[in-house]
Design a protein. Sequence first.
Length: 260
Amino acid sequence: MGGKPDAAAARRSTARSLERQPAPTHARLTLLGGFELVCDGVAVPLPLSAQRVVAFVATHDRPIQRAYVAGSLWLETPESRAHANLRSALWRLQRARRTLVEASGQQLRLSTRVSVDLTETEVRLRRALDDAGPGDLDLDRLALEGDLLPDWYDDWIVPRRERFRQLRLRALDALCERLTDEGRLREALDVGLAAVAGEPLRESAHRALVRVHLAEGNVCEAIRQYGLFKRLLRERLGIEPSGQIEQLIRSVAPVRVRSA
């Protein structure tokens, strides 16, 4: 009798097929600023459904259940259809002849051969927050400014993007302060500007940037930065800056605080 194979048999077949696929010697997955996959030095295009599976698995630091992946990526789709969509996406990855997502029973995980810029950047940002040595201060431009898949609007990516954003902003504040204390003022200015651009209403970022200007002897720039922040708060939130940032300005130009 020539009936259709059941779902369990289809999953086992997909898993065996994935396990047989040749793995790249090295793959680099970029998620900050946009999705890009480079395998063995060659850019590899993937269908959007396959991109979503790879990105979802890559943003989890542990093996995850198939049912969770299918339900999260196809939230408003019936369960059977969501599982079918997942099998189709895994099959598309298989056709690309890249073992990027490894299957073990009902679990999926990213291959250990794949390096992910998000994971590496988060490690470096946490080191910055842990007050690591000066050698851990250097960050590339995407670490300073890049959001996680900014042009994706899937429900699952929003909280993960915000988690990274908050980590980045906190680390940039800390980096700016430490670079200023170490006299690395040019780098401190770059980091401080990136922090302010990341969240223009974040007082700790403006405060760190004011400190950089004062350390450079640029009192007028410090006052201008304070005035910009004060105006933003008034126009958007109807509130005033805290006493902490005002105290920085009062220490060098007490008369200018009110006029700023």
